[in-house]
Write a protein that binds this ligand. Structure first.
Ligand code: SF4
Length: 367
């Protein structure tokens, strides 16, 4: 098998749903445990596409996909029931992980590599909603990596700029994703994203996506853009009121209608296709509900990045089942067609999760 072979969207969907068992867990860039974004995952590259495969989750422990120890070239074979089905490689440990700031903070505690070439950071590793686990987003693990000493609470603009420059120069990262816990109920993190973007853009040319809840004032969109944010993500996670209230009781206090208004205001500033949202499939929303909202979002010029929910160890949803591949396909296939029809393509975004695409098979369905 050749690593450049074309890999079917179905296989990527199944791998993201069922996870991967590794015979040699120590190879490649280390997986992440806890934190915001993809966690308990490891990046694997197959057919030219990098996928964040769940490896430390409950479903992955019994996954039918098993990767053997890599050969001398770093290639490994994934087998199902003993039958080889794909050749994969693991992105190497980034060079910038070996560096520290002058005050001794490892660069990897400030930002990490996602997928193949994305630098990702959580500017504020805390959230007004996380202190109360009843009110917090039930899937979120933002406090876990902080408690484990693998990150720091607040990444300063200067630290982010220093690490971003190193990651570009040493590892050729192509874009950066900055998310944040929500620090307050006013700007909701937009001010921190602005000061961080200004410092990063002064240090290095790197497309940037900012991610936050809709701020209280749409003027923040202009400020974010002026500060150097190229793409904006405002993540819905769940779409129907009952699921929103159950899965993210705190964040659901911001109604869907506010998100929809904020999307309009943001698209007016960032442009069609440069505003996106992240929807987790498998938390209770039906395919019809997700597709119906996605249709509205696409009409507004917003890219709806739908990714499978992955149960993360230590969260209230650790034992929640991951969605099966058929359920995912019933969303991603028609959604890919809708995106294609509308001319909204993940590859055209300047930065962001939708452009990276490692957490979902969606981009494979756009063609
Ligand atoms: S899709 Fe987003 S969260 Fe997933 S690996 Fe890429 S940048 Fe990270």
């Amino acid at each position: 098998m050749n690593p450049a072979e074309s890999i079917s969207p179905q296989f990527i969907t199944e791998l993201l749903s069922l996870g991967l068992r590794l015979e040699d867990a120590g190879h490649g860039a280390p997986g992440r445990r806890g934190g915001a974004g993809p966690s308990d995952h490891k990046a694997v590259t197959l057919g030219g596409k990098t996928v964040m495969a769940p490896i430390d989750t409950a479903p992955a422990a019994v996954s039918p996909f098993v990767a053997n120890a890599p050969d001398a070239e770093g290639r490994s074979v994934i087998r199902r029931a003993g039958i080889p089905i794909a050749t994969v490689s693991f992105p190497r440990q980034p060079r910038f992980y070996a560096l520290k700031t002058e005050d001794g903070i490892p660069y990897s505690h400030i930002a990490v590599l996602h997928g193949a070439d994305v630098l990702a950071t959580t500017v504020l590793q805390s959230c007004i909603r996380y202190a109360n686990r009843q009110k917090s987003c039930q899937f979120c693990a933002i406090g876990q990596s902080l408690e484990a000493g693998r990150t720091i609470l607040r990444k300063t603009p200067a630290q982010l700029a220093e690490v971003a420059r190193a990651a570009v120069e040493l590892d050729g990262v192509k874009q950066m994703v900055m998310t944040t816990g929500t620090p307050n109920l006013t700007d909701r993190g937009a001010a921190m994203l602005c000061e961080s973007a200004e410092a990063i853009k002064a240090a290095v040319e790197l497309p940037l996506q900012g991610q936050c809840e809709p701020p209280d004032d749409d003027a923040w969109f202009t400020r974010l853009k002026a500060a150097g944010i190229d793409s904006l993500g405002m993540h819905l996670e769940a779409v129907t009121p009952a699921v929103r209230a159950r899965i993210m009781p705190g964040k659901a206090s911001v109604p869907l209608s506010r998100y929809m208004d904020a999307f309009d205001a943001a698209v007016a500033v960032f442009g069609r296709g440069e505003v996106s949202t992240y929807i987790l499939a498998g938390l209770g929303d039906s395919p019809e509900a997700i597709l119906s909202l996605c249709e509205q979002l696409i009409g507004k010029g917003v890219y709806p990045f739908v990714a499978p929910f992955t149960p993360i160890s230590g969260t209230p949803l650790a034992r929640h089942p991951a969605p099966d591949a058929q359920f995912l396909r019933s969303i991603l296939q028609p959604l890919g067609a809708m995106l294609k029809q509308a001319g909204l393509r993940s590859a055209d975004l300047k930065a962001g999760c939708a452009k990276c695409g490692a957490c979902s098979a969606l981009s494979s369905y756009e063609v």
